[in-house]
Structure formats: structure tokens, C-alpha cells
Design a protein around this ligand. Structure first.
Ligand SMILES: [Fe+2]
Ligand SMILES: [Fe+2]
Length: 392
């Protein structure tokens, strides 16, 4: 921590948390070494972390500006994208057909949404907070609702980003494929929202760090940055996260929902890899490639170090634990730390494949503990079905 935590701790509870949050935001911006990356993420960082635009209880308006690429010749210009389009048409499914009749009780310990080790009760007790068995189940319910709420908010971002990217991409086969992704993301918003509303009855606000990423890529006018941000980073992380919950949940409706969503997402990330590999290898300068490489690393760090369920902390522990204690708890509890780590399993090989892991940045990923995933299969080498089989 760069800020003086002891000084902050002298402040009264509510003020202390607010000041700690400001320091964390300032730290994030100071840490960015590349001025172009700072210019690309900084304004979104201010809106997300300091102004908390996603939490103001009103619709959030973001200015979007990009070139819409028309082609009146309708070329058949990219075979791999055309194949993805055909597969996407065949893979469509109806959200109404999920087994919605299943009765979900998020407080039933016999059918847990997420496993008991997600939060380390002993560590919590060492900070002076003891939860009884019912409170522990309730806390896990909060955490599961928090995760699914973030999935839902991410899906809303994906829906709009898929629409923007469909307009902006230069390949006509990519546009046809993109139209299927817009439909897929609409369906994902539908099913996650229905699950949260009908079965969990608990929607959390968007996490500030996720907000920053979505804001940053929606307002960036460069199509490949939208692609990188959404198709590779957010979708890649989501794919890893969906996989963890798919594998671990004992709740059959959620499992079936995720099984369907994961197969769509595998196509989306595959498309991102195909489009960006070509773009980054053949159509941009080395300086531009390096900028994207730095941007991707900063976004990865944003999720690695800061995606810590502070919305659950605010609800449960704001007056009982410091933010630093909560960070410690989340970073060391087996379930949460696995979740946050495995999120990167699908992302890192894709960054390698599109050429954003040059020897210059590998040491940074090494320090962040993420190089263990470097040799994994990238999205163009793995189908949705194989991905699911891997998770069994
Ligand atoms: Fe999605
Ligand atoms: Fe997606």
C-alpha cells in the first residue's frame, strides 16, 4: 500500500472507508506507466472509481463514437469467421427452455450455490468476526448473488459492445457473425437476469473496476480496443469465471444455464482471437501494438488485484473490518482466491495468441502470478464442448 494505512485507520468508520477508496483509485492511476494507457483508462477510472457512475441509481449515459464500416459489395472475405457464423446459427438456443421449474433455495446448505470454502471462516474469526452456521450460508448466498450480478452487468456491456463491434469491424463475414453474438448476449442478459430476479432475489450494483473497463472500451473510438476489451479481456475472464462456478455449483438450474452460456462464450472469444490476431500482426505499428499490450496488462491487473467483492464487504463488514482486512480475507480464502486466479486460465493463452505477450511484458505477468496459464490452449484451438469436458 502506498498510502498511509495507519493514518487512514484513525478516521471514523464511514469516512475511513471513503478515504481508503480514494487512495486506492489514485494509486491505480499513478501506477500506470504508459501515458497513452493512462489517457485511455484514466477518464473511465475517474468516472468509475471516484464518481462511481455505475452506482448512482440512474441510467448511465456514455458517449460512444466510432467509424461505422459499410461495404456495398458484401464480400465473402474471411473463411474462419464465416464458419463461426454457421456454427453460431446452429448453436442458437432458447432461454425459455432452461428448467426454470426447478425450485432454488439459496439458503439450503444441502444444495449450495458455491462451496463452503469460498470465505475462510477461521481467518474471519481471527479478525474478531465470528459467523454462526446460518450467517455463513447467508454470506455465501451474498457472494454468489454478487458474482452472478457482475456476470449480468458484464453481459449488458457485452451486448452493447457486440453491437458496436458489428458496426465497426471491416470484415463482412465478421459482421454476419457479429449479428449472432448480439443475439447471444441478449439471451445471456435475459437468462442471468431471470435467474437473479426469480431465484435469488438479490441484485448487486456493478463493481467499480468492472465499470471502469466497460466505460473505457465503450467510449474508445478504436474498434480493435473495443474488441480487445470485450472479446478478449471481459469475455475471457468471464469464461474462466463461468467455468469455476459451473464446475463447483450443486444447483442444477444454474449449472444448466452456465453450460449453455459457456458454449456461446467459447465462440465469442474465438472470434476475438481470429480478428485481433490478424489486426495486431498485419495492420498496426509496433508502437500501437505495445500500447495495446500495456493496456491489456493494466486491465488484467485491475481485475486481478481489485475485483474483490467490495459490494459484499460494504453490506456485511464495513463497520467490522477494514478494507485491507477484507482484501486479505478475499485474497487468501481458498475458494475466492481460486476463483480469481482461474478466471485468467482462458485469458492468458489468448493474449499470447494475438501477440500481446512479448518478452517485454512477460516479467510483469510473472510478478502478478499469471504465467502458469501461458501454455494453455487459446480459444481458436478449443470448442465449447471440449471446454466443458475439461471442467469435469
Ligand atoms: Fe455473454
Ligand atoms: Fe460473449
Amino acid at each position: 500500500m502506498m498510502f498511509n494505512e495507519r493514518l487512514v485507520n484513525l478516521l471514523p468508520g464511514r469516512m475511513r472507508n471513503q478515504v481508503a477508496q480514494w487512495f486506492e483509485a489514485a494509486e491505480l492511476l499513478v501506477e500506470m506507466r504508459d501515458p497513452k494507457v493512462l489517457a485511455a483508462i484514466g477518464p473511465a477510472g475517474l468516472r468509475g472509481l471516484l464518481l462511481q457512475r455505475g452506482k448512482q441509481g440512474v441510467p448511465t449515459l456514455m458517449p460512444a463514437k466510432h467509424q461505422v464500416h459499410f461495404d456495398w459489395q458484401y464480400p465473402h472475405d474471411h473463411e474462419e469467421m464465416a464458419t463461426l457464423y454457421r456454427r453460431a446459427k446452429e448453436g442458437q438456443w432458447n432461454g425459455d427452455s432452461l428448467p426454470w421449474h426447478i425450485d432454488v433455495d439459496p439458503l439450503n446448505p444441502e444444495v449450495p450455490l458455491i462451496p463452503p470454502d469460498f470465505i475462510d471462516g477461521e481467518k474471519l474469526a481471527s479478525f474478531g468476526v465470528r459467523l454462526d452456521a446460518a450467517e455463513q450460508v447467508n454470506l455465501r448466498y451474498s457472494l454468489a448473488a454478487w458474482m452472478l450480478s457482475q456476470f449480468l452487468h458484464g453481459e449488458q456491456g457485452a451486448l452493447f459492445a457486440a453491437a458496436q463491434v458489428t458496426e465497426a469491424v471491416q470484415f463482412f463475414d465478421g459482421k454476419l457473425y457479429g449479428s449472432t453474438q448480439v443475439m447471444d448476449e441478449g439471451r445471456h442478459v435475459e437468462v442471468f437476469h431471470r435467474y437473479i430476479e426469480e431465484k435469488l432475489n438479490k441484485l448487486y450494483q456493478i463493481n467499480d473496476n468492472l465499470y471502469v473497463i466497460i466505460d473505457s472500451l465503450m467510449t474508445d473510438s478504436r474498434w480493435d480496443m473495443k474488441f480487445l476489451g470485450m472479446q478478449i479481456m471481459v469475455e475471457g475472464l468471464a469464461l474462466g469465471a463461468f467455468g469455476v462456478i459451473y464446475k463447483q455449483t450443486r444447483e442444477p438450474l444454474l449449472k444448466e444455464l452456465l453450460r449453455n452460456v459457456i458454449q456461446d462464450e467459447a465462440r465469442h472469444v474465438h472470434y476475438g482471437v481470429v480478428a485481433l490476431r490478424e489486426q495486431f500482426r498485419n495492420h498496426i505499428t509496433e508502437r500501437e501494438r505495445a500500447e495495446r499490450e500495456d493496456w491489456a496488462f493494466e486491465v488484467a491487473l485491475l481485475m486481478r488485484n481489485r475485483f474483490m467483492a467490495f459490494e459484499v464487504y460494504d453490506e456485511w463488514f464495513a463497520h467490522r473490518l477494514t478494507r485491507a482486512q477484507w482484501r486479505d480475507l478475499v485474497s487468501t480464502s481458498p475458494g475466492m482466491s481460486d476463483f480469481r486466479q482461474v478466471m485468467f486460465r482462458r485469458l492468458i493463452p489468448n493474449l499470447r495468441e494475438i501477440g500481446l505477450m512479448s518478452p517485454r511484458v512477460v516479467p510483469h505477468y510473472e510478478r502478478a502470478g499469471l504465467m502458469q496459464y501461458y501454455d494453455g490452449r487459446s480459444a481458436d484451438q478449443i470448442t465449447g464442448a471440449q471446454l466443458l469436458a475439461d471442467l469435469h
